[in-house]
Design a binder for this molecule. Structure first.
Ligand code: HEC
Ligand code: HEC
Ligand code: HEC
Ligand code: HEC
Length: 175
């Protein structure tokens, strides 16, 4: 191929390379955006979409204390091994769970919901008045990774106002 032919062909070549590049960028963002790439990374890429969505495991199986504790916490490793002693036991992420169990280390889950320290939040009152998890936490069962959420007073206030709940913040929410 002479230099003349190359010169004549250079713009279609660039155009092709350019389009390929844009397709690659599009695919990259399409597959990595929002559902998979948000929220802080967890020590084990636990997926609510797999467990609550596909496998239909009830929220309270893993979060039994939401109904009566001020600090319901996250499930201990024993809870995972209840199933994963048998299910995909050799998966590298499950082996990591076994390692936590064998070394008596609580799984270092990164907490993602924050309320200011001086604010009292208790699930019990809310769940008892028939507010479902989704209303506050969104559609958890569709997410591979959960979002970080900082609870500013406005979020509490808006709903309390709408539902006619206590708005006397100094008595109700602040200690
Ligand atoms: C009225 C809103 C609201 C509802 C309804 C609600 N939550 Fe929450 N949830 C919160 C807030 C606010 C926090 C952060 C509380 C904190 O850090 O003290 C939280 C924290 C949590 C945590 C983390 C607990 C911890 O100790 O770190 C879990 C797990 C949880 N919620 C599960 C649930 C489940 C399961 C349901 C339904 C049965 C539910 N929540 C319903 C508002 C709500
Ligand atoms: C009630 C049973 C059950 C419990 C409890 C359970 N899992 Fe699973 N888990 C499953 C099933 C079923 C699958 C799908 C297995 C497959 O794909 O063949 C799965 C898949 C996984 C996977 C594979 C990757 C993925 O997302 O598909 C990981 C990692 C995982 N679980 C972590 C955990 C952790 C961590 C806990 C504890 C917080 C836990 N599981 C608790 C049943 C359970
Ligand atoms: C198989 C166990 C399992 C089931 C079932 C499950 N969760 Fe979770 N949940 C976890 C684990 C493990 C974490 C910590 C890792 C993470 O944030 O993804 C967590 C974290 C959360 C958090 C964030 C807590 C925080 O502030 O750090 C919320 C909110 C939550 N789950 C709500 C729900 C709701 C609502 C359901 C039912 C739709 C549900 N979970 C079902 C195991 C489970
Ligand atoms: C989705 C709606 C909703 C959201 C969001 C919500 N609440 Fe509530 N809250 C209610 C309802 C409804 C009640 C009334 C329950 C009852 O009458 O027992 C209530 C009751 C309470 C109470 C008990 C009040 C009393 O009368 O003693 C406290 C404290 C409280 N909420 C704090 C909070 C805080 C703090 C937040 C934000 C982190 C928050 N709530 C977010 C709906 C909500």
């Amino acid at each position: 191929m002479g230099i003349q032919t190359l010169r004549r062909n250079i713009s279609p070549i660039l155009l092709t390379l350019g389009s390929l590049f844009f397709v690659a960028v599009f695919i990259y963002f399409f597959y990595t955006s929002p559902a998979t790439q948000i929220g802080p990374e967890q020590p084990i890429p636990f997926s609510h979409a797999v467990h609550s969505g596909v496998k239909q495991i009830q929220c309270r199986f893993c979060h039994p204390y939401v109904d009566y504790s001020n600090h319901p916490g996250l499930p201990p490793v024993e809870k995972c091994l209840y199933c994963h002693k048998y299910i995909i036991a050799n998966h590298p992420w499950i082996k990591k769970e076994h390692m936590y169990f064998n070394t008596n280390t609580p799984t270092p889950w990164v907490e993602i919901n924050y309320v200011a320290e001086h604010v009292l939040f208790n699930h019990q009152r809310h769940i008892r008045s028939d507010i479902v998890c989704e209303q506050c936490h969104g559609r958890v069962e569709t997410r591979h990774r959960l979002d970080k959420k900082i609870w500013r007073m406005g979020i509490c206030y808006e709903c309390h106002k709408a539902k006619g709940a206590n708005l006397d913040c100094w008595l109700a929410c602040h200690s």
